[in-house]
Design a protein. Structure first.
Lengths: 304, 189
C-alpha cells in the first residue's frame, strides 16, 4: 500500500497549477495618469536631429540601461559611436528618476542628444521612480501606458508596463512605437500572455522593442532553472518568442544578432525589435558599449 | 535526519509554492517510509540478513530523485551486475506552467571508492529530453523541442535496505553545458 501512496504523490507532483498571471488592462492616455506615475513628456526640439530626413531610413535603437546612472557616459556613447550616433528613435528600459539630479535621467539624456522624449515611471524606487522611456528626434503624440498582466513570481516581482506613442514623420506619415520590459523568470507561455495585450491590437505600422527577458531557461515556480532540460532539449525562449511575434504579423530583424546581455558564461538574447507594416534592415548589437549589463541593439526602418 | 534539518524542511514547505511543496512532501514521505523500513527490526531477517547486506549489496534498487537527471524530479531503477558496476535508467515527466517535459536517462554506474554501505560512484550516459509547449493563445500554435545530450555525475551512495545518493553532475547538449545536482532516495531489493 505504501507504494500506491508514493506513486499517487509523484503523480500529483508532476502537475503544476495554472500560471498565476493577472488580467489584461487597457491602454491609458498619458494625460489621464496622475501622481507619481504620470509620464513626463517633452516634444522634440525644432529642428529635430533626425537622420532619416537625409537618407530615408530611421535608425531604431533599444537599450536596457540598468538604471542609467551614468547619463553623461550614455550620451557620450550615443555621440561618439559610429552606429549609435545615427539613432532617430531610442527605446530605453530600466531608467530612473531621482530628485536632486537636475532632472530625470531620461530628460538629461534627451537634452544631450537633442531629442524629445517621454518617460513613464513603472514603480517607485527609493526616493524616485524606475521606468521606461522613448527618445525621439521626431515628434511623439498619443502617448499611452498599459499595466501589463502581473505575474506572481516568488521573489523580486514588480509591476510591468508598456509605453506607446505615435511618431510623426511629417507630411502625414507616422508609425506607432511600443516599448516594454517584461518579467524575468517566466515561462514562454507567461511571457506571451504578458506581452499580448500590448501588441495584439497594435496599428498596422508598428515598431515593438524592449527587454523581453527571453532567457534560455524553463523555470520551476519562477525560481529553479531547469538546466538539464534547457541544455539537452534547447529551451531558449528567444526563438519561441520570435515565432509568436511572426504569427501576429511582425518581422523579427534581430533574431540573428546574437546575445544582448552579458551574463558570465551564459550570454542571452533578452532584447529584440519587431516591426510590422514597414520595411526593415537588420542592424547589430553594439557589444563594446559597457555601461549596462545589456548591450544596445538597432535596426534601420525604411521611412514610409 | 536531525531536528534542525526537519525544521528547515518544514519552513521550506511553508514558504514554497504549490508545486515545490508537493515535491518536497513526496520526498519527505519517501524518506520517512524508507527510514522506518530501515529502522524496523521486523522487516529484516535478523543478524544473518544484516551481515549479508554489509558484504554483498542488494543488486536491485528503485529510487526517486529530487532535481537530478530529470531536472525537477525523476523515478529510477538500476541493477548492480558486478561488484563495481551497475546499469539503470531514470525517467521523468512533469508539467511546468503548462509545458510538458519528458526525459529518459539510461546510465552506467562505476563504483570508484568504498565497499559495503558507503561508496563513491560515477554515472555516465545519454539523456533524451522532449518538451511540448502548448499555446496559451489562439493566434499561435505552440511549439515543441527535443534533443539528446550526455550527462556525467558523481557522488556519494549509502546502500543498505535504503538507498541514498547525493551527487553533482554535468550536462552537455544542444543548449551548451550546465552543472546540476541531485539527491536520490529509495530502496534496494
Amino acid at each position: 500500500m505504501k507504494w500506491l501512496g508514493f506513486v499517487a504523490l509523484l503523480a500529483v507532483s508532476a502537475c503544476a497549477p495554472t500560471p498565476e498571471i493577472g488580467d489584461p488592462q487597457p491602454w491609458v492616455p498619458a494625460e489621464d495618469i496622475v501622481g507619481a506615475f504620470r509620464p513626463e513628456i517633452v516634444p522634440a526640439a525644432v529642428p529635430a536631429r533626425a537622420h532619416g530626413v537625409q537618407d530615408g531610413m530611421l535608425r531604431v535603437v533599444t537599450y536596457n540601461v540598468e538604471r542609467g546612472q551614468n547619463v553623461a557616459g550614455l550620451a557620450t556613447w550615443f555621440e561618439k559611436d559610429a552606429e549609435l550616433r545615427q539613432a532617430d528613435l531610442v527605446m530605453v528600459q530600466e531608467i530612473e528618476d531621482h530628485p536632486g539630479e537636475g532632472g530625470s535621467r531620461t530628460a538629461r539624456l534627451a537634452r544631450r542628444l537633442k531629442m524629445g522624449y517621454v518617460y513613464a515611471p513603472e514603480r517607485i524606487n527609493g526616493d524616485g521612480t524606475h521606468g521606461t522611456a522613448i527618445l525621439s528626434a521626431y515628434p511623439l503624440s498619443n502617448v499611452r501606458v498599459m499595466q501589463l498582466p502581473h505575474v506572481d513570481l516568488p521573489f523580486s516581482e514588480a509591476q510591468r508596463i508598456a509605453l506607446s506613442a505615435d511618431v510623426d514623420l511629417g507630411d502625414g506619415r507616422s508609425f506607432h512605437v511600443i516599448t516594454m520590459h517584461l518579467d524575468t523568470r517566466m515561462s514562454i507561455q507567461q511571457r506571451i500572455l504578458q506581452i499580448r495585450p500590448a501588441i495584439i491590437d497594435a496599428p498596422d505600422r508598428t515598431v515593438v522593442g524592449g527587454d523581453f527577458n527571453t532567457n534560455p531557461y524553463m523555470w520551476a515556480d519562477g525560481s529553479i532553472p531547469q538546466l538539464p532540460t534547457n541544455t539537452v532539449a534547447g529551451t531558449d525562449q528567444a526563438p519561441m518568442f520570435d515565432d509568436y511575434m511572426r504569427h501576429v504579423g511582425f518581422a523579427t530583424p534581430t533574431q540573428d544578432l546574437g546575445p544582448t546581455e552579458r551574463n558570465g558564461p551564459q550570454d542571452s538574447r533578452l532584447d529584440s525589435i519587431f516591426v510590422r507594416g514597414l520595411d526593415v534592415v537588420p542592424g547589430q548589437v553594439e557589444r563594446e558599449v559597457d555601461l549596462s549589463d545589456h548591450w544596445p541593439l538597432w535596426v534601420d526602418v525604411v521611412m514610409p | 535526519m536531525s531536528s534542525p534539518d526537519l525544521y528547515a524542511l518544514v519552513l521550506l514547505l511553508g514558504r514554497s509554492s504549490f508545486h515545490l511543496r508537493v515535491l518536497l512532501l513526496a520526498f519527505l514521505t519517501t524518506f520517512a517510509w524508507a527510514h522506518s523500513a530501515h529502522a524496523d527490526p521486523g522487516t529484516a531477517s535478523g543478524p544473518t540478513a544484516t551481515a549479508s547486506a554489509a558484504v554483498a549489496p542488494r543488486a536491485h534498487s528503485i529510487y526517486v530523485e529530487l532535481l537530478g537527471k530529470g531536472g525537477l524530479w525523476g523515478l529510477g531503477y538500476d541493477y548492480q551486475f558486478h561488484p563495481r558496476l551497475a546499469a539503470g535508467a531514470t525517467a521523468s515527466f512533469f508539467i511546468l506552467d503548462g509545458e510538458r517535459v519528458l526525459s529518459l536517462s539510461p546510465y552506467l554506474v562505476g563504483y570508484l571508492l568504498g565497499t559495503g554501505h558507503h561508496r563513491w560512484f560515477a554515472q555516465i550516459g545519454p539523456q533524451l529530453s522532449y518538451v511540448y509547449t502548448p499555446s496559451p493563445v489562439p493566434e499561435w500554435p505552440g511549439t515543441s523541442t527535443g534533443g539528446i545530450g550526455a550527462e556525467l555525475s558523481s557522488g556519494y551512495e549509502y546502500r543498505s535496505r535504503v538507498l541514498v545518493r547525493v551527487f553533482g553532475m554535468g550536462i552537455v547538449g544542444r543548449g551548451g553545458y550546465a552543472p546540476w545536482f541531485g539527491v536520490s532516495l529509495g530502496w534496494t531489493l
